[in-house]
Design a binder for this molecule. Structure first.
Ligand code: A3P
Length: 272
């Protein structure tokens, strides 16, 4: 009966599966897993075990709302259900579909420096390809084509936060989308989690002793219910060093998009 994905054979008395009250919509590689696991420390949160991909994958959406609800965890009436699917943020159809389900749902969006996110995205794909014995490329070969920045590269597209945010703001007021600073969450998780508790109207229950810094991993890990655990080894992997000219090209391309994004959300972030 927890985030590990074990489904109880008999649901605990008084529990049921309920549609999410809040969804972590992304962004991919923003720190979505860390955010969900840290939020799950809260006794009044029931987190979905897996990424559901209901609103972004047509074949799942076609299965209907009951299929979706079945994938939610059992929860007590006082708990709120949270699911996370990082692909929602960059999906053209997810905002409209989520709005059709529940137009007053609270959305959580965790973002980090978009250039750093590109490199993290590349690193994830790189390791997936290695595992599947597929050929891999140096990041520079994906970022640059014929001397110019390859803006069609999917990892860059996903970092155009303004483009995607516009789509969400057509369906949801800004107040309904809480942005978690993913870079701040890495440095010091508690203040970010406290802001999320507040946004979700949860009583403050997450405390500093729920986190400890693991020197070997180089990241904060979680202490809860007498157990200590770090995120999976695929979270917090070292990134490749990127050629500085290429990185500069990427950063200067993203700069204008970032500025537009700051205007849209009436807030700034210290992205380089
Ligand atoms: P890297 O592996 O590139 O460092 P997501 O869960 O959305 O895929 O995001 C993965 C990112 O979460 C990691 O990217 C890492 O930087 C970040 N992260 C934030 N807090 C973390 C934590 N406590 N432990 C591990 N990774 C964390």
């Amino acid at each position: 009966f927890n985030i590990s994905g074990d489904e109880p054979s008999h649901p605990p008395p008084g529990t049921s599966k309920r549609a999410p009250h809040s969804i972590i919509i992304g962004v991919r590689k923003g720190g979505t897993r860390a955010l969900l696991e840290m939020l799950d420390i809260h006794p009044e949160v029931a987190a979905a075990a897996t990424e559901v991909h209901f609103f972004d994958w047509d074949e799942n959406y076609a299965k209907g709302f009951e299929w979706y609800r079945e994938l939610m965890p059992y929860s007590y009436p006082q708990q709120i259900t949270v699911e996370k699917t990082p692909g929602y943020f960059t999906s053209a159809l997810a905002p409209e579909r989520i709005c059709a389900m529940n137009s007053s749902i609270k959305l959580l969006l965790i973002l980090r420096d978009p250039a750093e996110r590109v490199i993290s995205d590349y690193t994830q794909v790189y390791f997936n390809r290695l595992e599947n014995h597929k050929p891999v490329q140096a990041i520079e070969n994906l970022l640059v084509r014929n001397g110019a920045l390859n803006i069609r590269y999917k990892a860059i597209q996903r970092s155009l936060y303004d483009v995607h945010m516009r789509n969400w703001l057509r369906y949801f007021p800004l107040e309904q989308i809480h942005i978690v600073d993913g870079d701040a969450l890495i440095r010091d998780p508690l203040p970010e989690l406290q802001r999320v508790e507040h946004f979700l109207n949860l009583p403050p229950r997450i405390v500093s002793s729920n986190f400890y810094f693991n020197q070997t991993k180089g990241f904060y890990c979680i202490r809860s219910d007498g157990r200590e655990r770090c995120l999976h080894e695929s979270k917090g992997r070292p990134h490749p060093a990127v050629n500085s000219t290429v990185l500069q090209q990427l950063r200067s391309y993203l700069q204008e998009h970032n500025r537009t994004f700051f205007r849209l959300v009436r807030r700034t972030f210290d992205w380089q």
